[in-house]
Ligand binder design. Structure first.
Ligand code: AMP
Length: 147
């Protein structure tokens, strides 16, 4: 396995020394609709939602570019991202549309049911190289990965 330099790991988007857009959300330098936060992860609504509910769950460190690096480097943190997605999908205050509509008619949000997507690499649609999980929900269609 290659040993990435500190510069690549610290600044995965451009290598220019700038923090990622998600690190800037963690630092409150740019606004976001934050739904959960602890010492290690933050969750907020995607600015361009692709489903009735579209959250991003992001480790606060930008050390890991993508889920492959994260799984190899800190599997406990990956497990925490999955657990966070599950908890949020059971929270009726989170699993609602932006206009407050009840999407699932359940007292437990989506009942812990959700779609989890990690775009990995530019050709797979990854645009922010600070690992993040897309948590999609709200009456998604069966039989398709599109919403
Ligand atoms: P990906 O294409 O998998 O790298 O996902 C990046 C996601 O970040 C996209 O779905 C964007 O809509 C989302 N995004 C980018 N900037 C922001 C922001 N300031 N607040 C919330 N979501 C954002």
């Amino acid at each position: 396995m290659s040993d990435m330099s500190d510069d690549q790991n610290s600044h995965p988007e451009s290598g220019s020394g700038e923090p990622s857009v998600f690190s800037r959300i963690v630092a409150r330098e740019i606004p976001a609709d934050i739904v959960f936060e602890n010492d290690r992860v933050i969750a907020f609504r995607d600015i361009e939602p692709k489903a009735p509910v579209h959250l991003l769950v992001v480790p606060k460190t930008e050390r890991w570019r993508d889920v492959v690096e994260l799984a190899a480097g800190d599997p406990d943190l990956l497990a925490e991202i999955v657990a966070t997605a599950s908890a949020l999908a059971g929270d009726p205050d989170v699993f609602r549309s932006d206009d407050g509509a009840d999407l699932t008619q359940r007292a437990d949000g989506a009942g812990g049911e959700f779609r989890l997507v990690f775009n990995t690499g530019a050709s797979a649609g990854q645009t922010v190289f600070h690992v993040h999980a897309h948590v999609l929900g709200g009456l998604l269609q069966e039989g398709t990965l599109a919403h």
